[in-house]
Structure formats: structure tokens, C-alpha cells
Design a protein around this ligand. Structure first.
Ligand code: RET
Length: 251
């Protein structure tokens, strides 16, 4: 009999809770956008789009959509009877990758605009980020035991290093021209982003990669990260933007 690794009520309830958190953040960010003139709403619009995409993807996952199955054949050895094989089907929430492929570029755009990076540096950061998410998706559905699976993961990690390089090297160089206040804020929110984002590939390696975390635990881990990376990041950015006029972007 095949074994199915799926979420139960704990996982489903967590997905609904995050959906509501994203929806409430969306309403709050829209309200904050309305309190400033249109010409000062760029961060508000980007940040509202981020939580809107997340709300849509969490709604899909909570209601049972955007989920596929990854099939693994596990060989079982026995002492006195012939070896057997067992089929394991584990849920893969591909809706996350759709979400991430849209929201991580927007999160980066927030940071790149804050730093005042050049168009070329912004483009490299965003394209490397899209490559990271899409090769991560290939890794998630890659056949178990094939070199490709971890190969795709390795390519995604290299793309992630390119993203970090753009933010740390080019971002810091650009932001220094905006004065100490903006530079300090960029260092703080950029450092926060770097820490949170780096936990994603670690969770992926434990849950989807080596299967040492069950589906519920995976949902909870990503739920915490997603709330920190989107609503908490967004609120921090928008409130600070309101108090430091030098963060304005002329676009
Ligand atoms: C994957 C697996 C392959 C290797 C790497 C990954 C990185 C993912 C990241 C995701 C960030 C998501 C965010 C979501 C928004 O809330 C695709 C997990 C490097 C960095 C910030």
C-alpha cells in the first residue's frame, strides 16, 4: 500500500490563519497608502501587492488547491523475505513557488529602491531571484535519488548568492549616498531580510530535500517565515518610510 504524507487539521488551520494575516495586512497597507499622496505611494503599492499575492496563494493552499504529489520509491530490506518497495507520495505545495516567483522580486524591488540602486543592478538581482525560485521548483519535483534534484538546489543556491551580492555590495554602495539615516535603516532591514531568507533553503533541505520534517511542520515553518518576510517586513518599511523623508523615491 502506498503511503501518503499530507497535512492534517493542524496544517490546514495554519494555512487559514496565515491567509487572514495576509488579508488584514493588505487592508492596513491600503489604508496607509491612502494617507499619503499618489506620488509617495510606490513602496505602499509594491508592499500591498506582496501581501495580496500571498493571500491568494494561502487561500489556494488552505482550500486544497495548488498542491501536487511528489512520488518516492523506498526500497525496504528484510531478513528472511525478499526485499520490497514502498511508494511514498508527499504533498508539494507548488502554489508557494508561484507566490515566491512574484513576491520575492517585489520584496527585492522595495530594498533596491530604498538603496537607490542602478537599473542594471536591480535587474540582475531580480532575474537571479526568479532563477532561484524556478530552479527551486524543479528541485521540489525532481526524482528522488537523482543527482538532478540536489543539482537544481545547488543552482538555486548560487542564484541566491548573486541576489545577496547585489544587495550587500551594490546596495550598500548606493545607499551611502542617501545619508546616514537611510543607510542605517537599509542595513537593519536588509540584515533582517538576509537572515529570514536564508532560513528558507534550510527548511527546504530538511523538509522537501531530506524528508526529516513532516508536512505539518513544513507548513508551520514556512508560515512563520512568510509572516516575518512579508507583513512584518512591509509594516517596518512603510512606518519607517513615513518617518524618514530621505527614503523617498522619485519614480
Ligand atoms: C529554495 C530552494 C532552493 C534553494 C533556495 C531556495 C530559496 C528560497 C528563498 C525564498 C524566499 C521566500 C520569501 C517569501 C516571502 O514571503 C527555493 C527554497 C536558495 C530565499 C522571502
Amino acid at each position: 500500500l502506498p503511503e501518503y504524507q499530507t497535512a492534517d487539521e493542524t496544517g490546514e488551520r495554519t494555512l487559514w490563519v496565515v491567509f487572514v494575516v495576509m488579508l488584514v495586512s493588505m487592508i492596513v497597507f491600503v489604508g496607509m497608502a491612502w494617507s499619503v499622496p499618489m506620488s509617495k505611494r510606490l513602496y505602499h503599492i509594491i508592499t500591498t501587492l506582496i501581501v495580496t499575492f500571498a493571500a491568494l496563494s494561502y487561500f489556494a493552499m488552505a482550500s486544497g488547491h495548488g498542491i501536487g504529489y511528489h512520488h518516492v520509491v523506498v526500497k525496504e530490506q528484510h531478513k528472511h523475505v525478499p526485499d520490497t518497495e514502498k511508494d511514498i507520495y508527499r504533498e508539494v505545495y507548488w502554489a508557494r513557488y508561484v507566490d515566491w516567483s512574484l513576491t520575492t522580486p517585489l520584496l527585492l524591488l522595495d530594498l533596491c529602491l530604498l538603496a537607490g540602486m542602478s537599473g542594471g543592478a536591480i535587474l540582475i538581482a531580480i532575474i537571479a531571484d526568479v532563477i532561484m525560485i524556478l530552479t527551486g521548483l524543479f528541485a521540489a519535483f525532481g526524482s528522488e535519488g537523482t543527482p538532478q534534484k540536489w543539482g537544481w538546489y545547488a543552482i538555486a543556491c548560487i542564484a541566491y548568492l548573486v541576489v545577496i551580492w547585489q544587495l550587500v555590495y551594490h546596495g550598500r554602495a548606493s545607499v551611502s549616498a542617501k545619508g546616514g539615516k537611510v543607510a542605517n535603516f537599509y542595513a537593519a532591514i536588509g540584515g533582517f531580510t538576509l537572515i529570514i531568507w536564508t532560513v528558507y533553503p534550510i527548511i527546504w533541505g530538511i523538509a522537501d530535500g531530506s524528508r526529516n520534517m513532516d508536512v505539518n511542520e513544513e507548513i508551520i515553518a514556512y508560515a512563520v517565515l512568510d509572516i516575518l518576510a512579508k507583513p512584518v517586513f512591509g509594516a517596518w518599511l512603510l512606518f519607517t518610510h513615513a518617518s524618514i523623508p530621505e527614503t523617498n523615491v522619485e519614480l
